[in-house]
Design a binder for this molecule. Structure first.
Ligand SMILES: C[S@@+](CC[C@H](N)C(=O)[O-])C[C@H]1O[C@@H](n2cnc3c(N)ncnc32)[C@H](O)[C@@H]1O
Length: 169
């Protein structure tokens, strides 16, 4: 099973670093649509992603049309302006989860063209939005949960870890 994350014009390097780490940990592919608000060798980007960059399957695109020319598959657009709950979608293999830039979200035109594929993560009323990297983590783990976490640690197999193995950072 393949999961794809598409970041459209990300602006904050720490968010992209966190997302790179989530993709690396889960095996999701990362697609980044330029322009970005930082350079690829930004120290803050690398620091947030720590040493996970080597494990990452990442592709850059010059524009959204460049992305659509090179990829095909079911696309879901994560936005606060959606009717559907992100958990009500049955995510198919090789689908693409799109996320927008931190200040402006996904392009309105894209959302208007794909109203049935727009999904939202529930929030309290009158709150603007979740953080981009948190939204990605929520979306990634919902798709993986539906697929029963393919190629990740098996459920019920966590007991194999001893406390000595579980040092986290
Ligand atoms: C900081 S938010 C952008 C906020 C922007 N003002 C907006 O209203 O779209 C960055 C991205 O995180 C995702 N996001 C944040 N909160 C979300 C929610 N409740 N449901 C779905 N996606 C969300 C979307 O992809 C959004 O484009």
């Amino acid at each position: 099973m393949t999961l794809n994350i598409v970041l459209v014009e990300p602006q904050i390097p720490q968010n992209t670093g966190n997302i790179a780490r989530t993709c690396s940990v889960t095996g999701a592919r990362l697609h980044i649509v330029k322009p970005m608000g930082f350079s690829i060798d930004d120290k803050k980007l690398k620091r947030a992603g720590l040493d996970y960059w080597g494990e990452l399957d990442i592709t850059y695109y010059e524009s959204l049309s460049d992305f659509y020319t090179k990829n095909s598959g079911a696309c879901y657009y994560f936005t606060t302006k959606a009717r559907h709950n992100y958990c009500d979608v049955a995510y198919p293999d090789n689908c693409y989860l799109f996320f927008g830039r931190e200040d402006a979200g996904l392009p309105e035109e894209l959302l208007k063209q794909n109203p049935d594929s727009c999904v939202r993560i529930p929030m309290r009323k009158n709150i603007r939005s979740l953080n981009l990297s948190n939204s990605v983590a929520i979306g990634v783990y919902e798709a993986l949960r539906q697929w029963d976490f393919p190629e990740l640690e098996e459920k019920g197999n966590l007991a194999r870890l001893s406390w000595d193995d579980t040092t986290e950072s």
